[in-house]
Design a protein around this ligand. Sequence first.
Ligand code: NAP
Length: 281
Amino acid sequence: MANAQTKTWFITGAARGLGFEIASAAAAAGDNVVVTGRNLEKLQTAYSSHGSNVLTLELDVCNDKQINTCVKQAIEHFGRIDVLVNNAGYGQLGIFEEIARQKIESQFNTNVFGLMAVTRAVLPYMREQRAGQIFNISSIAGTAGYDGASVYCATKFAVEGFSESLALEVKQFGISDIIVEPGFFRTDFLDDSSVSYGDIQLDDYKEYSAAVNDSYQSHNHQQAGDPVKFGQAILTLANEDNPPLHFAAGSDAVENIRTAYNAHLKDLNDWAHLSTTTDIE
Ligand SMILES: NC(=O)c1ccc[n+]([C@@H]2O[C@H](COP(=O)([O-])OP(=O)(O)OC[C@H]3O[C@@H](n4cnc5c(N)ncnc54)[C@H](OP(=O)(O)O)[C@@H]3O)[C@@H](O)[C@H]2O)c1
């Protein structure tokens, strides 16, 4: 069932990529959109041809003070936030042992703690409204492990666990939570301007590490997913009365997630005879 009243969106990491396309789809549909990004000038340039229903605000999701200021400004400007899109994120790729602790912490600060902090700032307004929708942009990497993606996968699995549990907590206030699991989309995600690789070199991993990193680099700007169509799909979901808890974006995502869950189910079934022996009699 569709529900297409005018909404106010708040989108993180909206200067480019998937965030930009979600914002553009919502703005073109006549909704109000608060677009946020780390660099205000870049953001203003990106949205220079959009209308007055778009408000640009500087926001690094790792900056708590900025988060609270931005959310307040959004409320002052449009009066409410109906749809929060936690999109800001990047890929810390590379072999686990080749990634320094500080880089792992930065990855969690953006992809997990930043997402939680923005959610914490917006939820009081949604609770007051007794309505709201939260899109948390996870990944196929939030459903299965991938070569050279242990740290990135760890953050996206965290997003999945957080979002599934949050959905249970906020449902009573009319707030829904949608976990979006994109496959490979043609954005700057694998570009040097976004992605990060490990910078410790270990002889044991030399060939494997080079092969994995080369493979990601070779997919840069060659991905099959269309960010414009992604934006349209999120708009469609935002207008649904009963959206799903999980949404796989892209035919590669459908295929990969199905394979991962079938393998998980096979482990569960194959070993259930042992699994069920551990209860206290
Ligand atoms: N593209 C894919 O294949 C794919 C697949 C699965 C999931 N995803 C997820 O989709 C989301 C968007 O990625 P994308 O593909 O659109 O990549 P992108 O083109 O590299 O855009 C990433 C956006 O996130 C912003 N960002 C990064 N760190 C931030 C921070 N601390 N505070 C605020 N903004 C920050 C970037 O801002 P700057 O412009 O300032 O750098 C940029 O606007 C990410 O969460 C990513 O993990 C992407």
